[in-house]
Design a protein around this ligand. Structure first.
Ligand code: SAM
Length: 492
């Protein structure tokens, strides 16, 4: 396929950036109009068009870059002006009969823009389609720890969103993708964003790396459990090895000692209960700590519908239903009972320090600070494997992260407010979400005030209801151990 952009290295992105700001094509101004995001694409695009100020430069830019419309060149002259010609030379725009079309979707995010293929291209040039910014990519950014990281590898970097977030934090970044088209987008995005120095490499997974190692490896692979299909960005051809399996099998070989890999996954399994098996088989356990997290699990038909419903190739009911049947037949043939979504964190460690932990929790939107919780889980689980004694647990001081929250629920009954329950949620929403009691709240509070769990034992002993409980120490030590395990406190 012909290159998308021409002479990208010589292109000065400053005039385009200025023009986009001048035309109001920023996330902020779209937000003010109540139109932020890309949700208005596809079938709702007409509504979106109607809600823009008529004749405004913003309307012309939204139609050009967000909706993929042909726009009269005259409507763009006020904003893109003489730069229209150079943007056509670059390959961003195409002219014809007084009309201009953009060859790529360009969406404003924060203080910049992100280029990818238009959604409709999904149906037109499937194999090379480059996806836009998705919630899943943001999830991977949120999970990936940046602290004390000098080098990052992004496997399957696509348009380069995660690589750019890491570069922005001053980290050395290498982005690998098999698709030359994806790497063209990545280079364009890097220039448009005003970043530089990311090493973009074309190749399959680890192949271009030799024995290079990194502090952090991140991967949002083509993990969709489909019957096989042509879309390189999301699935593998029928019969090919699962990409998640391949990445997990080899990722530890490219980690520095103590280095962390964060890999998003979907995987098929036989029964709802045997969800841990496949990913643990893929990631070798020698010399690594493994944390497998299941975020969701669906039946094959629900899963098929999740992917087929938004797919522009199956917008009419007949083709959508035939496609769902194809997926369901495939999963019946291979004995799939459920399909899980989640992630695995792998940390390279010395032999003898390995552990494996599996958690399952449905969470709402994971906050951007979740990576701090990932680090806390790795640190705490490793510390717990040293089997600290009850006395050690009770005498220690602990750090309590910011953002620990409780929700208290009561029901008004005949005897007043009753059935009080307290739900505690960890700040990253990963390590804990469940019911607790006042004693646990108090223990957390004491730890936060730089007191130790032994102070809690002393406090309880002054209360008559705890008088005569001989194993109070052991009970509070056990509670403390749980708090460490749930990363709500970390040994100072
Ligand atoms: C789900 S997309 C993620 C893209 C990007 N990281 C993001 O989150 O927006 C998966 C990416 O993996 C790339 N990919 C597929 N097969 C690959 C392979 N064998 N080696 C390297 N990258 C591959 C695709 O081209 C695609 O860009």
């Amino acid at each position: 396929m012909a290159p998308l952009f021409h002479a990208l290295d010589a292109w000065d992105p400053a005039p385009l950036r200025r023009a986009l700001v001048r035309g109001g094509y920023t996330q902020e101004s779209l937000k003010q109009l109540g139109l932020a995001g890309t949700a208005f694409q596809g079938r709702a695009a007409g509504l979106f068009r109607e809600s823009l100020p008529p004749g405004s430069p913003l309307k012309a830019l939204v139609r050009l870059f967000m909706l993929g419309d042909s726009v009269a060149a005259a409507d763009l002259l006020g904003t893109l002006g003489v730069d229209l010609g150079s943007l056509a030379d670059l390959g961003l725009l195409t002219f014809g009969a007084g009309q201009v079309r953009s060859n790529v979707s360009l969406i404003p995010y924060a203080d910049s823009w992100y280029a990818s293929d238009f959604m409709r291209m999904h149906a037109e040039v499937p194999a090379d389609y480059v996806m836009g910014l998705s919630p899943v990519t943001r999830l991977l950014v949120a999970l990936s720890p940046k602290q004390r990281v000098d080098s990052v590898l992004e496997l399957g970097c696509g348009g380069g969103w995660l690589s750019m977030q890491m570069r922005r934090a001053g980290i050395n970044v290498t982005g690998i993708d098999i698709s030359s088209r994806a790497l063209e987008f990545a280079r364009f995005n890097e220039r448009l964003t005003g970043l530089s120095g990311i090493e973009w490499r074309q190749g399959s997974w680890f192949e271009p790396l030799g024995d290079r190692r990194f502090d952090l490896v991140c991967c949002n692979p083509p993990y969709v459990q489909s019957p096989g299909g042509p879309l390189t960005f999301r699935e593998v051809a029928s019969g090919a090895e699962q990409t998640c399996a391949h990445v997990l099998r080899h990722v530890a070989e490219h980690l520095n000692p103590g280095g962390i890999a964060c890999v998003l996954l979907d995987w098929s399994h036989r029964n709802p209960d045997d969800w841990e098996q496949a990913p643990l088989e893929w990631a070798p356990s020698a010399g690594v700590r493994r944390w497998l997290f299941q975020l969701d699990s669906r039946s094959p038909v629900d899963y098929a519908w999740l992917w087929v419903r938004p797919d522009p190739r199956f917008s009419d009911p007949e083709s959508a239903s035939a496609e769902v049947k194809r997926w369901v037949a495939h999963h019946a043939a291979i004995g799939t009972g459920a399909i899980s979504s989640g992630f695995m964190v792998v940390q390279r460690c010395e032999p003898g320090q390995e552990w494996t932990r599996c958690d399952s929790r449905t969470t709402g939107e994971i906050p951007s600070t979740a990576n701090e919780e990932v680090v806390r889980v790795l640190t705490n689980e490793t510390w717990l494997r040293t089997e600290p004694s009850d006395a050690d647990l009770l005498q220690r001081r602990y750090l309590v992260p910011n953002g620990v929250k409780t929700e208290i629920n009561t029901t008004l009954g005949d005897h007043g407010w009753q059935d009080r329950t307290i739900r505690l949620i960890s700040p990253g929403k990963l390590s804990y979400d469940g019911q607790i009691d006042e004693n646990l709240m108090r223990l957390l509070e004491l730890c936060r005030k730089d007191r130790c769990p032994a102070d809690m034992v002393a406090e309880l002993r002054t209360r008559p209801e705890f008088d005569g409980i001989p194993d109070l120490d052991a009970r509070i030590a056990a509670l403390t151990r749980e708090l460490v395990r749930f990363a709500l406190i970390t040994p100072a």
